[in-house]
Design a protein around this ligand. Structure first.
Ligand SMILES: C[S@@+](CC[C@H](N)C(=O)[O-])C[C@H]1O[C@@H](n2cnc3c(N)ncnc32)[C@H](O)[C@@H]1O
Length: 398
């Protein structure tokens, strides 16, 4: 049981909850620092209140700055795809809050460079409470732990070896700026960010701080702007007026009424495409595998579960649907995206190829398969698919 005065200190300083940070770790830090200062453990909370330097050191010791490049991968693949499709204005301003040691901020910059966005058009800000983590971010030197699960071709293209580590080269470092900011003291955030990643912070916050931060983030979102949360951050309350965009696993949100996908038309235009020109394509005829309304409801439910991050349930629902409607390209596409989110690239590829066999014009399936192949080093095939996607888009808007 943590001393209530320390609990209050954490809540006041960062909206933090000792239980979420790990009570054992907080208690061990408290005892160690008291010992080092030669102060009785019971008196240490008073020291925290009186000594701003000790308060800052203690906070640094209990914060959890764990992060790595392309963490959860899907959000970054999606950012590349959206930038390719022209979702955001240029220059594009992005925020990583919290950025910890900077891998997330640099990953945003890398994802945009992958889409061919010119360096001069990329401005990424990284904010965090931890000055120690920010120093590492500015230095841009990273060990193997920061690269876990990152495709080798991305490392080769954007980072360079530095002894047993890698470093963000100056041209990448120039795209990101880091600043110490408390997420709860930033006031209204923006107004000029097109893309905000706020991942793996809400899990450490108490209910009030969570609400305050989410409200501040949402308040500033304009229709084309995107907020990406972490997979463990939970689903923001519907009243916040956010709706999911992008594939399951991107955990991306934009402002708007909840997405209603017509039950009998699983090929409704994707809500993640920009609503501005080109004009909407004429309605497409139902696919050969078009389902009955009851079956289509099952597919819509699978999509909703996927949007909420309930991947296992979504998978089960989608698989059951496919048993009855094996010729529905939309269901194979959804299955493909679920496999992507569950990190099963082979199965994802098979499902997306099935979707394209049934509907060669499926722009989303073309885009996702291209990303998958790129990721697998098959960039020639990926380029061909992108050309097909572009042609399908032009035909759709002609
Ligand atoms: C687990 S890291 C998340 C980093 C990155 N967003 C990611 O998902 O990989 C959590 C970070 O939140 C920061 N943090 C905790 N409370 C904060 C607050 N009130 N304001 C800003 N940053 C905070 C910590 O310093 C830590 O670096």
């Amino acid at each position: 049981m943590i001393d209530p005065r320390v609990e209050r200190f954490l809540a006041r300083r960062g909206g933090l909850v000792a239980e979420a940070l790990g009570e054992g770790a907080v208690q061990a830090t408290l005892e160690r620092r008291a010992r080092e200062l030669g102060v009785a453990v019971e008196l240490y909370p008073e020291r925290l209140e009186e000594d701003p330097r000790e308060a800052a050191e203690f906070l640094e010791d209990v914060l959890i700055p764990e992060t790595w490049f392309y963490r959860d991968i899907t959000p970054f693949l999606w950012i590349t795809e959206q930038a390719l499709q022209g979702r955001w204005r240029r220059p594009l301003r992005a925020l990583s809050l919290p950025c910890a040691s900077g891998e997330e901020a640099y990953s945003i910059a890398i994802a945009l460079r992958e889409a061919g966005v010119a360096p001069a058009q990329i401005e990424v800000e990284g904010w965090d409470l931890s000055e120690r983590a920010l120093e590492r971010a500015r230095r841009g030197l990273y060990g193997p732990f920061s690269l876990r699960g990152v495709p080798g071709w991305l490392i080769d293209r954007h980072l360079r070896p530095a002894g047993t580590s890698v470093e963000a080269p100056p041209e990448l470092r120039a795209l990101a700026r880091f600043e110490q900011r408390n997420a709860l003291e930033t006031g209204p955030i923006g107004p000029d960010f097109d893309l905000i990643l706020c991942r793996n912070l809400l899990i450490y916050l108490d209910a009030g701080a969570r609400r305050q931060l989410l409200a501040a983030l949402v308040q500033r979102l304009a229709p084309q702007e995107v907020l990406i949360l972490g997979h463990a951050d939970g689903w923001p309350e519907a009243t916040l007026g956010l709706r999911p965009v992008g594939p399951p696993g991107a955990f991306a949100h934009e402002r708007g009424a909840p997405a209603h996908r017509p039950l009998t038309a699983p090929r409704a235009p994707s809500p993640r495409l920009p609503p501005s020109p080109p004009p909407p394509a004429p309605p497409r005829p139902p696919s050969p595998g078009a389902a009955t309304p009851a079956q289509a409801r099952q597919l819509a439910e699978a999509q909703q579960l996927a949007d909420r991050g309930q991947l296992d349930e979504a998978h089960l629902r989608c698989a059951t649907y496919l048993e009855r409607s094996p010729l529905d390209p939309a269901a194979h596409r959804l299955m493909g995206l679920l496999h992507v989110a569950r990190k099963s690239p082979r199965e994802a590829e098979a499902s997306l190829r099935r979707a394209l066999y049934l509907d060669p014009e499926d722009q989303e399936a073309l885009g996702h398969l291209a990303l998958l192949l790129d990721h697998d080093g098959r960039s020639d095939q990926a380029a061909l698919l992108r050309r097909r996607q572009e042609m399908a888009r032009r035909r759709g808007s002609a």
